[in-house]
Ligand binder design. Structure first.
Ligand code: FAD
Ligand code: AMP
Length: 474
């Protein structure tokens, strides 16, 4: 036994590294074990999010948005350039530099907070011991009073469309294409499929998204989803709903697809295929047989409302457990668990976790959708306000979408806020604060919002719940 810690965290994604830092801040002797290997072959902290998820996708979304603005949106401002082009080495290289900056930053934060990093695959053994297997096969065992499992998730692979890293790719592959494909197929119109499909569409790829479900963005508010779908199609994305991929065959650097919809089987040929049909908890090699930690029917680590596994001193957080697979949800669970371990009052409210899709327009929501409220029989009232009537949005030439506020019909308590439009990834924070403070639509309506800003849409939508929006008919 080489060392004894108060806390060992397995996994250094946004759930694990945040848990480790918070535990160390609270005076606990903390280690964090992670196996992720970066593009340079060295240990890269930060997990999926920093290496092949949130951060690199936003870097490419921003670069591709600049190009799309230049070619499609700036002419309306009287600005145009001839022969706009993208240098792919710079496009991908900028993203790689950002990833390196942030993954390296976690290492510095670990140093500053005295978290001991270990590089290798961690396996929980009975008695809160963790066996670490290095890349060279070397083994060492460390132990702790508490172990936090934060092993994250991996992309789901379709058995008939296996990833080959070249023609059939996952999120990591779609963030590292070095030439714009002529035809890109995307399976799954979820968050990842829409974001990465948008990147390559903006650069000129002909993108076709196949989605098995009949509704577009079934998890989102359907008014928001309707606006978004229309805008994405205007941008050139082809979205086929109720279309289930059944076969994918790589032939001479192309992929021949077969998909089925209500009219029968269809064929489609693409140059690359991004399979983005969801992610699953990653627990391979994480648990010795006799630890007592349980997995549910979807392979997720079973935890209670305090992220405890039921095994003394063993906790689990992030994508590896129930709840939305979002970085900030995992991070907040990490903070809460570290605080519970230190005997403090940790806090996590899964009901107010915001969702954001970083497309154009952006989509963001927190709380319940109308459909969920209807199904639960909760009486509600609605206020909406379009960005078309917001001066700032019009001045930006981005007057698309709306804000929708849903409040309880009797108590006026905020139940859900749903947005599609410019800058809504930032605007949603106001709704989350209001909901976390158990606020009402009236509370939002009484707060002074700066003029002219996009946030006025939130204010007016809240006023509109009570049919007193100023800048539209009620
Ligand atoms: P992960 O980030 O998956 O990290 C787990 C880490 O544990 C990895 O480094 C893994 O190698 C390591 N590990 C696993 N098992 C072991 C073991 N036995 N021993 C040692 N190490 C181990 N979420 C957002 O909130 N916003 C976004 O904009 C966003 N964009 C995304 C874009 C893409 C393309 C993808 C794929 C995901 C995106 N997500 C986004 C989701 C987000 O990345 C995840 O929710 C988040 O990374 C989960 O954090 P985690 O710490 O639970 O797991
Ligand atoms: P998400 O889980 O949000 O990343 O979304 C993944 C999407 O992929 C879901 O909306 C699924 O309905 C969709 N999906 C799963 N399997 C298939 C398939 N074989 N063909 C088309 N879409 C699929």
């Amino acid at each position: 036994m080489s060392d004894k810690f108060d806390v060992i965290v397995i996994g250094a994604g946004p759930a694990g590294y945040v848990a480790a830092i918070r535990a160390a801040q609270l005076g606990l002797k903390t280690a964090c074990v992670d196996a992720f290997v970066g593009k340079d072959g060295k240990q890269a902290l930060g997990g999926t999010c920093l290496n092949v998820g949130c951060i690199p996708s936003k870097a490419l979304l921003d670069s591709s948005k600049q190009y799309f603005n230049l070619t499609h949106n700036l002419p309306a401002h009287g600005i145009s350039v001839e022969n706009a082009k993208v240098d792919m080495a710079t496009f991908i290289g900028r993203k790689d530099k950002i990833v390196k900056q942030f993954t390296g930053g976690i290492g510095q934060l670990f140093k500053a907070n005295k978290v001991t990093p270990f590089f290798g695959k961690g396996k929980l053994l009975k008695g809160n011991n963790v066996e670490i297997t290095g890349n060279d096969g070397s083994k060492q065992t460390i132990s702790a009073t508490n172990v936090i499992l934060a092993s994250g998730s991996v992309p789901i692979e379709l058995p008939f469309a296996k990833f080959d890293g070249k023609n059939i790719i996952d999120n990591a592959g779609a963030l590292d294409i070095n030439e714009v494909p002529k035809r890109l197929g995307v399976i799954g119109a979820g968050v990842i499929g829409l974001e990465l499909g948008s990147v390559w569409n903006r650069l000129g790829a002909q993108v076709t998204i196949l989605e098995a479900l009949p509704d577009f963005l079934a998890v989102a508010d359907q008014d928001v989803a309707k606006v978004a779908k229309k805008e994405f199609e205007k941008q050139g994305l082809t979205i086929k709903l109720g279309a289930k991929l059944t076969k994918a065959e790589v032939k001479k650097n192309e992929v021949a697809l077969t998909y089925e919809d209500k009219d029968g089987a269809h064929e489609l040929t693409v140059d690359k295929l991004l399979v983005a049909v969801g992610r699953r908890a990653y627990t391979e090699g994480l648990l010795a047989d006799d630890t007592g930690v349980k997995l549910d029917e979807r392979g997720r680590i079973v935890v209670d409302e305090h992220n405890h596994t039921g095994v003394d001193g063993v906790w689990a957080i992030g994508d590896a457990v129930r709840g939305p697979m979002l970085a900030h949800k995992g991070s907040e669970e990490g903070v809460a668990v570290a605080e519970w371990i230190a005997g403090k009052a940790g806090h996590i409210n899964l009901d107010t976790v915001p969702w954001v899709i970083y497309t154009e327009p952006e989509i963001a929501w927190a709380g319940k959708t109308e459909k969920e409220l209807k199904e639960a029989g909760v009486p509600y009232k609605i206020g909406t306000f379009p960005f078309a009537a917001i001066g700032r949005a019009v001045a930006m030439n981005e007057a698309i979408g709306q804000v929708k506020v849903i409040a309880h019909a009797e108590t006026d308590r905020l139940l859900g806020v749903h947005m599609v439009g410019p800058g809504v990834s930032e605007l949603i924070a106001e709704a989350v604060v209001a909901m976390e403070f158990k606020g009402s639509a009236e509370d939002l309506a009484r707060i002074v919002h700066a003029h002219p800003t996009l946030s006025e849409a939130v204010h007016e939508a809240a006023l509109s719940v009570d049919k007193r929006a100023i800048h539209k008919g009620n």
